[in-house]
Design a binder for this molecule. Sequence first.
Ligand code: PYR
Length: 574
Amino acid sequence: SEAKGILDREGPEALARWVMEQKPLLVTDTTFRDAHQSLLATRVRTQDLLRVAEATAKGLPQLFSWEMWGGATFDVAMRFLKECPWERLARMREAAPNVLFQMLFRGANAVGYTNYPDNVITAFVREAARSGIDVFRIFDSLNWLPGMELAIDAVRREGKVAEAALCYTGDILDPKRDKYTLKYYVNLAKNLERAGANILGIKDMAGLLKPYAAEVLIRALKEEIGIPIHLHTHDTSGNGVAMLLKAAEAGVDIVDTAINSVSGLTSQPSMGAVVAALRFQERDTGIDLGAVDRLSHYWEVVRCYYEPFESGLRAPSTDVYYHEMPGGQFTNLRQQAEAVGLGTRWDEVVRAYRAVNDMFGDIVKVTPSSKVVGDLALFMVQNGWSPEDVITRGETVDFPQSVVEFFRGYIGQPPGGFPPELQKVVLKGKEPITCRPGELLEPFDFAAARRHLEEKFGRAFSDRDLLSYALYPQVFEEFVRHREEFGDVSVLDTPTFFYGLRLGEEITVDIEPGKTLMVQLTSVGELRPDGTRVVYFELNGTPREVTVRDESAQVLVQERRKANPAVPGEIGAT
Ligand code: PYR
């Protein structure tokens, strides 16, 4: 894209100037990150992203950027997909060298759920920048500036784009809500600009920004700040496209959308809808609607592979204005609720979520503060507790760890401070902090981590591995163990990875360039008393057998899972 060329040749300030000179509405595609984080519990595998990367780059050269890394993808790649997130980034970079790559960075929480030592934040930013990230959208889950400054500085030092984001919550048009007002946001935006932001992000993570409020907000910000504005929203209520159009009229520079078939609801608004709506208008995006539709057909099929991870939300829900749950949390919290046996009591979880926000004094809810609210909501429903119970009976229980950390000030300070009574009940005598948590944390000892891993696994580890370990020690070690036992499972096709092979089914697996295996499942032996079975298969035509533990209690989505998506531009390839 043109934007990538300008950044690489002239740097972030020049890119910001270029953005502000553009008449067309600039568009970011979130399909590779937030769309599936918000619709499919972040489960989309590298293979399915890679297959369509080149076609996306060729078909949609006008895009400003792809949001394709960060947020929950880092954790989920290792934890559930058994993939290395750094390998994903490297391979995407290879597949789309001329596209501006954007990641979501949670300030002092990096791509995790807790504050990390300063040296982890700076090392992570450096490695991500060197691995191909161009634009870092940095936010703090409580809109607390000290939680973002270190990351902003680190990004600037790497010569990349610091897109510092304010998180939008509440409703600036509601006269009864006086915490998150227009003045509050304008003030925050000015502070972010002063802190060194190249672009101002508006992170409307729950989709609470309504069309007429967007008009007011964007107009005011365009008057008050001198950097481009990049607007991110979620379409949970169904108001997303209307909101983006109002924002476009008010002069927003860049907006986030997703390819149609993975857009809408808890995801971003539909790219095709925005492109079509602005056609022949002043802010015509110049994006080829036909190309959007062709890419949409690809994602329509791929989405079926991930059916068990769908949220179940079938239609827009204005409930979001009540619970204010971020799109990226919605599907994940539902999965969490299922996991602890509250699947059928989702309604209660939602009400508790709202109640917790009120108890907390109305906070910004986005990772990780949203997780704190979600964890306490689940805790209350599990125990049958009302908000009063939390205060009156809270002394006798241990609250979820995330709740304790929040009230200790370990994820930052909320505007207006903590509610004192609840803080006392949760902390049980522990002292809260009011400084930046990073000031108290010992620097992470990378050398010791390397020694530990090398001793434990008897092999060398890269700097990237060490960062994965610094953020998620247990998840990373489990991922390494899994790779030792099963090899690199990212080479398997997605239906096989999630659902296994059916009897007689044959698949080809590209294990490395130029090396392909053909695997056919021939038969499966009886379940033996020790819980194992012998599995008979053919490997490149040669009969083989292997003894496996039976873990067959898997969700099967048989009918549609084998449909073959056409990749635009390479129709017929599989
Ligand atoms: C994330 O932090 O992952 C969000 O999408 C907010």
